[in-house]
Design a protein around this ligand. Structure first.
Ligand code: CS2
Ligand code: MG
Length: 403
């Protein structure tokens, strides 16, 4: 089954998405998500200028060989741009394989290992009262797991506080990134107050998650985890940057609060030590940034050996194509933990038609052949690329900090 065309569509239906379309000689088309928030055109160029020309004439059925060809064949290894590009190709080829077989992708991955995929939604608020209202809204929608973030008193802007619809909290900015500020002490004092508030209002029947977004040192993260233990969070996410995997030993020495890491990982090597030393409980790598279905399954298989579960990144800056791909993986692996779900707003939903469903806090990818996502290229053309950056973060003295 020869590949006859591979093209990249960059569009901005509400936020920027880079979509790869692969066509084959027998008329089957596959799609992949190549979006890297704030660095979209780098992946688009990597695909357009270097990988797409090499796809023409290749056999679309040979997914593993194609993955290895682009990974080993580049000589230069790993990296978010490269691995997002390879991921888009990989996911598009799984889509094609599913359509050719007349089966949803999860059937090709071994079939359903569960009835549905537990997802977590995002509740946030400028005050604890606003957080409560949003939390209640998510409970009313049926969520069994909810992430809680609230504005930190004394800090001008806090990560994760959304405008009312809860789906777009990385602010849009123009030619230069917005600058946020950060103060660790205020956060460490406030986080247990926020968690205590949520547990007091909503009890212990719902899972409560919290994202630290890489802002603490390892020992501060240990202290945070210990201070949250009475409120039994499902996890704390990205408590400290993970380039230094050994640093997580220090966190482990101080707390039993479960730890989730991985939304910025792009390969199994980024989490090898974290997994094999059991320094984390959930690995949050995504299908779109960690080399596609093929590589993400490898990461989750390694994790399974060490009792680490999956918890894939599923923010709105990952398109519905990679969200669907994540659901197929989630449904089929033995060590699934939870899946993040922020959803997508119109007009993104005009461009991507999806077959996945949400009911009572659980999702299912549907039974359509392939991924179950249709991409409307004509509609996408109506929403041209709109350059945006993620914010940057500075401490109160003006020095750069992790955002
Ligand atoms: C976040 C993301 O979903 C999450 O847990 O940490 O929203 C992250 O900030 C964005 O994906 C960055 O593009
Ligand atoms: Mg996060």
């Amino acid at each position: 089954m020869k590949i006859t065309d591979a093209r990249v569509v960059v569009s901005s239906p509400g936020r920027n998405y880079v979509t790869l379309v692969i066509e084959t000689e027998d008329g089957i088309t596959g799609i992949g998500d190549a979006t890297l928030n704030g660095r979209e055109l780098a992946v688009a160029s990597y695909l357009r200028d270097h990988l797409c020309p090499l796809l023409i004439g290749r056999d679309a059925r040979r997914i593993e060989d194609t993955w290895q060809y682009f990974y080993k064949g580049a000589y230069w290894r790993r990296g978010p741009v490269t691995m997002t590009a390879i991921a888009a190709i990989d996911v598009a080829l799984w889509d094609i394989k599913g359509k050719a077989a007349g089966m949803p992708v999860y059937e090709l991955l071994g079939g359903a290992a569960r009835e549905g995929v537990m997802v977590y939604g995002h509740a946030s608020g400028a005050t604890l009262e606003d957080l409560s209202a949003d939390f209640q809204h998510h409970l009313d929608l049926g969520y069994k797991a909810i992430r809680a973030q609230a504005a930190i008193p004394g800090i001008e802007k806090t990560y994760g506080i959304a405008p009312a619809d809860g789906k777009l909290y990385e602010p849009a900015s123009g030619a230069v990134p917005q600058e946020d500020t950060w103060e660790t002490t205020a956060y460490l004092d406030f986080a247990p107050i926020m968690m205590a508030h949520v547990r007091k209002e909503f009890g212990y029947k719902v899972h409560v998650l919290h994202d630290v977004h890489h802002r603490l040192t390892p020992i501060e993260a240990g202290r945070l985890g210990a201070s949250l233990e009475p409120y039994r969070p499902f996890w704390i996410e990205d408590p400290t940057p993970a380039e230094d995997q050994g640093a997580f030993r220090l966190i482990r020495q101080h707390t039993t609060t479960p730890i989730a890491v991985g939304e910025v990982f792009n390969s199994i090597w980024d989490c090898q030590q974290l997994i094999t030393e059991r320094l984390i409980d959930y690995v949050r790598a995504s299908v779109s940034h960690a080399g596609g279905i093929t590589h993400l399954r490898r990461i989750f298989s390694l994790a399974e050996l060490y009792g680490v579960r999956s918890g894939s990144h599923g923010a709105g800056d990952l398109s519905p194509v990679s969200f669907a791909a994540a659901l197929h993986v989630d449904l089929s692996i033995p060590n699934f933990g939870i899946q993040e779900y922020m959803g997508h707003r119109d007009p993104a939903n005009e461009i991507f038609t999806t077959s996945y469903t949400f009911r009572d806090g659980y999702m299912h990818p549907g039974s359509k052949p392939g991924l179950g996502v249709e991409f409307n290229e004509e509609a996408a053309a109506r929403f041209p690329f709109d350059p945006k950056y993620l914010p940057v973060n500075r401490r109160l003295d003006g020095s750069m900090h992790d955002w």
